[in-house]
Each structure stands twice: as structure tokens, then as C-alpha cells.
Design a protein around this ligand. Sequence first.
Ligand SMILES: Nc1ncnc2c1ncn2[C@@H]1O[C@H](COP(=O)(O)OP(=O)(O)O)[C@@H](O)[C@H]1O
Ligand SMILES: O=C(O)C1=C[C@@H](OP(=O)(O)O)[C@@H](O)[C@H](O)C1
Ligand SMILES: [Mg+2]
Length: 196
Amino acid sequence: MSEQLLTVADSLKDRARAALGSRNLILVGLMGAGKSSVGRIVASQLAIPFIDSDLEIERVSRMTIAELFAAYGEQEFRALEARVVKRLLKSGPRVVSTGGGAFINDRTRKHIKKGGLSVWLKADLDVLWERVNKRDTRPLLKTENPKQTLEGLMNARYPIYAQADITVLSRDVRKEIMADEVLEAVIEAQKESAAS
Ligand SMILES: Nc1ncnc2c1ncn2[C@@H]1O[C@H](COP(=O)(O)OP(=O)(O)O)[C@@H](O)[C@H]1O
Ligand SMILES: O=C(O)C1=C[C@@H](OP(=O)(O)O)[C@@H](O)[C@H](O)C1
Ligand SMILES: [Mg+2]
């Protein structure tokens, strides 16, 4: 990388870090959008802590997400998720990647709206499907036609994800590029709110 390009990359991180201030950055969106993997890169670029709410739920319960769904059902999982997300957002700045259903739950969405800047990683069905069909860890997709299930979730959930503060299109590009686009969107959002 040339010296000039390095300076541009550094200033992107610095400007995004300054724009975020002490707020949390919370990634929302459907399964496969890249919340967990892109969130981790964004946090490392900003040099702030990264927490994935699903991993935190698994840590505190000492069960996997699939085991929690099987043993207690989705409703109990959502109640635990709401408590964990609320706690994770108590202090900042952090990058918190949520599970796909978190922002859909009224209680959890309120915690997220209050707890920082939310970013919807929005992807089309084929991109999501390409990514999620490689693993069978997601209990909601254990159906006869998982692609159709995913499409149904898209239709039901996209109007709600649209309430996030920022939307970034999650495309078939490298995760590092997606992370840079999130940083750019944070800077833009801050400029817009300062101008209004
Ligand atoms: N931009 C990307 N390009 C290629 N693969 C990606 C990209 N973003 C995510 N993935 C892959 O897709 C899968 C799902 O990503 P993940 O971060 O777990 O999504 P989410 O947390 O939103 O469900 C993972 O295997 C991940 O490595
Ligand atoms: O969409 C959902 O309701 C879910 C998404 C999953 O997280 P990812 O979006 O990180 O896969 C996980 O929380 C759980 O399987 C439920
Ligand atoms: Mg995830």
C-alpha cells in the first residue's frame, strides 16, 4: 500500500471513531448478513471492544443457541436475549453484533434504540442463502424448505430493520470492504445529524 493510501485508511478509522464518540455501534439484520464477522472487523478498526450477543448468551447459559431453542423454546430465548442485550449496551463505546431476531423483539429493539447507533446490514436473499446454507447451526432454518423460510423472514422483518439509524448494503464483497462501508456510514450519519 502506498503511503498516501495508508493515510486515507487511517483517517477513515480515526474519523469514524470520533463520529461514534462514547456511543455503542449495534449491528442488526437477518441471518447471514455478516453481523458477527463484519462487526468483529469494525471493532478492531475502531480499537474498541467487540461483543456478539449470541456468543454472550451461549457463555452465560453454557448452552448453544440451538440447545437453548430446543430446551426452552424461542420465547424464553428472546427474554434472555433482551436481558443480555440490555446489559451489553449499558456502557460504551462497543461494537455489539446481535442475532437476527433481536431487533424484531419490541423489548430488545427499545434497548438497542436507547443504547447507541444501530446499523442494518441489508442483503438480498441469494447472498444470505449462499452464506447460511453452509452451516446448520441456526434453529429457525431447520425447516423443510429453509430458503423459503428465510424469504418469509425477510418479508416479515425488513420493514422493522428499516427502523435502524443506518442502512448498509451487505454485498458479495470482502468483509473488510463491508467493514469500511460501515465506518463510512457512521461518519455520514454523524455529519447529517450535526447539520440538522
Ligand atoms: N462480506 C462477506 N463475504 C463473504 N462471506 C461473508 C461475508 N460476510 C459474512 N460472510 C460469511 O457468511 C457467514 C455468515 O456470516 P455471519 O457474520 O455469521 O452473519 P450473521 O452474524 O449476520 O448471521 C459466515 O460464514 C461468514 O464468514
Ligand atoms: O434470526 C434469528 O431469529 C436468529 C438469528 C441467529 O443469529 P445470526 O443472525 O447471527 O445468525 C441466532 O440469534 C438465532 O439462531 C436466531
Ligand atoms: Mg451472528
